[in-house]
Design a protein around this ligand. Structure first.
Ligand SMILES: [Zn+2]
Length: 89
């Protein structure tokens, strides 16, 4: 129950983000980050359109928050299920 407290909400859709373990190669450390996995998130939905229009690519990105550094940024996804295997509880 207590660790629910440090789960932030996505600034784009207001949904609770999920703890997500980045791959070591990403260079984001070994602690879990928080990622918005809401498929209705406007940030994620606009990402598909924008990448298609600008780069003709079928990719989008989700909102990511690093609780250790306080840094936020996009994380690229290539399908709605991409990266979900790294969600931790
Ligand atoms: Zn969101």
């Amino acid at each position: 129950m207590n660790d629910k407290k440090d789960i932030g909400k996505c600034p784009h859709c207001g949904q609770e983000m999920l703890k997500w373990q980045p791959p070591v190669e990403a260079g984001w450390g070994t602690h879990p980050h928080q990622v918005c996995f809401n498929d209705d998130c406007p940030y994620y939905i606009k990402g598909w359109e924008w990448m298609e229009n600008e780069f003709q690519q079928k990719v989008s990105y989700r909102h990511r928050y690093d609780p250790e550094t306080g840094e936020t940024g996009p994380i690229p996804v290539w399908s709605p299920t991409a990266l979900r295997d790294r969600i931790v509880d």
